[in-house]
Design a protein around this ligand. Structure first.
Ligand code: F6R
Length: 243
């Protein structure tokens, strides 16, 4: 794991943007694994800025998102599909036929299976990740097997609380209790992993991921085995690291 500690979220998002744009420029048909949540919002704004200023094109880029809430339609303002359109896709020249977000409604088990097949046929050039305060990646909560693939998950209470704080106008009862998420094995198959973490609330999870034992109790610790994993974190998220 390469750990890059930045002064703040802005500096970290600029570095992350350089990596993402670099991949798109190198291979205009690249396959990007994307994340939602508060962490990548600034990065996405910078990617849009770069597209507008420098003309980086996404017209042949394919994207696969990590996860989606169970039971929410794509058009629901709290769905991750909606989030991605709002924060990234609407600002790029991306072809929406090349955009993939797990389906949270309908026959989700069958759709999850199809998602795995699509991922197998379209290996991810990079997977962007945030990290949960409990160490989850995607919505792979503590206890998820490292060989898991896209599946329906029960969200932990701490995740429901974290997400109610940042989204859903603080209404905890509105946060779905389940989600569909790529598994840890899908994430590990990406050629490169780029994980961002900001703020003191992530410091313990970051320490466990980098310095702790590899354990299903901290899903992000699986990344210790990834051959090309870069962490870009701010000073607050890095504050418990010993080295
Ligand atoms: C999002 C995702 C989650 C988030 C994590 C951190 O698609 O899969 O793992 O990355 O919950 O969320 P934020 O960024 O809101 O702190």
């Amino acid at each position: 794991m390469e750990v890059i500690i930045c002064k703040n979220k802005d500096e970290a998002s600029t570095k992350a943007c350089e990596i993402m744009v670099g991949i798109v420029k190198e291979n205009p048909k690249a396959v990007l694994g994307l994340a939602t949540g508060s962490t990548p919002v600034q990065l996405y704004a910078k990617m849009i800025e770069d597209h507008k200023e420098n003309g980086t094109s996404y017209k042949d880029i394919q994207t696969y998102n990590l996860d989606e809430y169970f039971g929410l339609d794509q058009s629901h303002p709290q769905s991750y599909h909606y989030f991605m359109c709002h924060h990234l896709f609407n600002g790029l020249d991306i072809n929406m036929d090349n955009v993939h977000v797990p389906k949270g409604k309908g026959n989700v088990e069958e759709e999850a299976q199809k998602y795995n097949e699509m991922l197998a046929q379209n290996p991810l050039d990079i997977q962007l990740l945030g990290i949960g305060s409990n160490g989850h990646i995607g919505f792979n909560e503590p206890g998820t097997a490292f060989d898991s693939v896209t599946h329906v998950v029960d969200l932990k209470q701490s995740t429901i609380e974290d997400n109610a704080r940042l989204f859903f106008d603080g209404k905890i009862d509105d946060v779905p209790r389940q989600a569909v998420s790529m598994g840890i094995a899908n994430i590990m198959q990406a050629k490169k992993v780029l994980l961002l973490a900001f703020g003191e609330g992530k410091a313990e999870a970051v320490k466990g991921m980098v310095e702790g034992p590899k354990t299903v109790d901290l899903p992000a610790s699986a990344l210790q085995d990834h051959p090309d994993c870069v962490l870009i974190i701010d000073e607050d998220a890095a504050k418990l690291l010993s080295k």
